[in-house]
Design a binder for this molecule. Structure first.
Ligand SMILES: [Mn+2]
Length: 314
């Protein structure tokens, strides 16, 4: 199978998502553009997500060998992503230590490439990046709805006096971007880290909250039927926090919470949402330095594949 000069093996060559082309100047023929957003200045706890995009690329490299024009094969789905043009844009250029400036750079960085109709996947980065990402996407899709998959509500007005943090993206999306709370659906909240004030704020504002206990009590598919009905034909943005997953399959994140989604649960959510009019997604809070044997990176890679294979398999 070896082809001379092509670095076909997964441990060889430059690391990009699935080993696909690194393309800094978009041409307009891309189906999917992968964009890294390396930042951890917004974290309130263990840092390291600035290495997230590189970590996901590294974890995805094992699939390089299988990921050519013929696409990938899955025993259940069959062939997927055949002739789907996936490119890796590399990372947005953003500073560390100056969160306000980082937010502006993320917004303008995405705005600069959003002429391209390609489906965009953003690799975080801590969750503060979702505010400028959504701001840029909303500019092009003003019917945008949000599905937020997370252990945490992320809806604090500020955290210890700091406005732009990974605890606040949903608050910023409502109050600074102007997305109506009832166009935001939250899945998977659990644990003891969420404050009663932020929960009450979200509830009263009209955010649709499906905590993980409710999802399990009523059944994932029944809840998803409801969620899919709420979204309808609208453009959809998915923001996926690594800590929505159970720590046993996702130790590589700063704020772990027991009792999270299993991979089959998260996969089912992502694959069903992938059939809607999803226009962009982010996968945030992956911290490779906290990972074990790339378990978390591999799980996120698979969820990204679940999303794009669901969306692009017709
Ligand atoms: Mn979060």
């Amino acid at each position: 199978m070896s082809e001379e000069g092509k670095n076909v093996f997964p441990y060889a060559g430059i690391q990009t998502f699935l080993g696909r082309e690194y393309r800094r100047v978009l041409k307009g023929d891309e189906d999917i553009t992968i964009v890294g957003v390396p930042l951890d200045t917004g974290t309130s706890y263990k840092p390291g997500t600035r290495f997230g995009p590189a970590g996901i690329r590294k974890s995805s490299m094992i699939l390089k060998f299988y990921s050519g024009e013929k696409g990938l094969f899955n025993p259940y789905l069959g062939n997927v992503l055949k002739n789907v043009n996936i490119v890796d844009y590399g990372d947005l250029e953003i500073p560390f230590g100056d969160l306000k400036s980082a937010m502006n750079k993320i917004y303008s960085g995405v705005d600069n490439i959003s002429w391209s109709k390609a489906f965009k996947i953003f690799l975080g980065g801590d969750h503060s990046i979702t505010y400028p990402l959504v701001k840029a996407i909303y500019k092009r899709y003003n019917d945008l709805k949000i599905v937020h998959i997370d252990a945490h509500l992320d809806i604090l007005p500020s955290y210890g006096g700091v406005k732009y943090t990974h605890a606040s993206p949903i608050y910023r999306i409502i109050n600074d971007v102007g997305i109506k709370p009832d166009n935001i659906i939250q899945l998977g909240m659990r644990g003891y880290v969420n404050s009663v004030d932020s929960y009450n704020y979200a509830k009263e504002a009209g955010v649709k909250i499906y905590d993980i206990s409710r999802i399990r009590r009523y059944g994932l598919n029944r809840i998803l039927d409801e969620v899919i009905e709420l979204i309808g034909e609208s453009s959809l943005y998915i923001t996926f926090d690594t800590d929505s997953l159970d720590p046993s399959i996702a130790p590589g994140t700063g704020v772990v919470e027991p009792g999270g989604f299993t991979y089959p649960e998260a996969s089912e959510i992502i694959r069903r949402l992938g059939k809607l009019n999803v226009v962009a997604a982010d996968f945030v809070e992956y911290s490779p330095e906290l990972d074990v044997n790339d378990i978390t990176g591999k799980t996120i890679t698979y969820l990204i594949l679940d999303l794009i294979s669901s969306k692009f398999t017709r």
